[in-house]
Design a protein around this ligand. Structure first.
Ligand code: E4P
Length: 269
């Protein structure tokens, strides 16, 4: 499973890249806002160009902000034209079903935008996926990545069951029973279960689109996404830091250091 960083923070990206483990970056308007505020960015276009240069050839997802077909296609083309020339690594993020206007009778704007942009040879990361069917349709329309939101699916199931939780709390992949009844979102019992179903379907149907597990909240969930068949996982800087540490590793290092005999030390002089 490839590891992406879910961040628009250039310093975080530089750090993870320097460790030699970064395989991609995902951003969204909220992450761009966070970075822009942190670094008091005056010119966002220049900032994004710098971010792309830092990433070199690894894929970077940039999201459209429009909610209808025309706007998403227009913005997708702008993002591609302005930024893909820097490092040829831009994936345009399109929500699967973004039609927010009350007047909108047709809810297929996302899927249509994917098809149009795909025909223009623009790479697509289809975002905000909450069902296996959305993932399959996005793949058929031409998405290169589909991004199911693991943590937000868990949030939704917990909220349905009126379960109290903190954002980063672990939710079991096998779901949760309340009053002997398993909570579910139309057959999906957890975010990891969503990943598992999409990955199994894609394998069975030989769909080449990659499953990018997003909205991951903790290390255990990340591990389960890999076992469930995700091709990629995108995680925050905080989660990546946690992946490296373990108290027994530190304890082991201390013991080894204490046990070094002078003859062993001499060899390194
Ligand atoms: C993915 O592209 C999203 O930016 C992100 O993973 C959402 O995470 P959250 O649900 O923790 O906000």
């Amino acid at each position: 499973m490839k590891l992406f960083l879910d961040s628009a923070d250039i310093e975080e990206i530089k750090k993870v890249k320097s460790w030699g483990i970064l395989e991609g970056v995902t951003t969204n308007p909220s992450l761009i806002k966070k970075a822009a505020e942190k670094y008091k960015v005056k010119n966002l276009e220049t900032y994004i160009k710098k971010l792309l240069k830092v990433c070199k050839t690894i894929p970077v997802s940039l999201e459209v902000i429009g909610t209808d077909y025309e706007e998403m296609v227009r913005e997708g083309k702008i993002l591609h034209k302005k930024f893909n020339k820097i490092s040829r690594n831009v994936y345009v993020k399109i929500p699967i079903n973004p039609c927010l206007q009350k007047s909108c009778s047709m809810k297929s704007d996302g899927i249509q935008a994917i098809q149009t942009l795909h025909k223009s040879k623009i790479k697509i990361n289809c975002t905000l996926i909450f069902t296996p069917e959305q993932a399959t349709l996005a793949a058929k329309a031409g998405a290169n990545y589909v991004s199911p939101f693991v943590g937000r699916e868990d949030d939704y199931i917990r909220e349905m069951g009126r379960i109290k939780f903190e954002k980063n709390d672990y939710f079991p992949k096998e779901g949760f029973k309340k009053h002997k009844k398993r909570l579910e979102d139309k057959g999906i019992i957890s975010g990891v279960n969503l990943i598992e179903k999409i990955s199994t379907n894609f394998k069975r149907s030989k769909i080449k689109t990659e499953v990018l597990a997003a909205s991951i909240r903790n290390q255990k969930q990340l591990r389960e996404c890999e076992t469930a068949g995700a091709d990629i996982a995108t995680v925050t800087f905080k989660i990546i830091e946690k992946l490296i540490s373990h108290s027994k590793t530190v304890e082991g290092m201390k013991k080894f250091t204490k046990d070094i005999v002078p003859e062993y030390k001499k060899m390194f002089k």
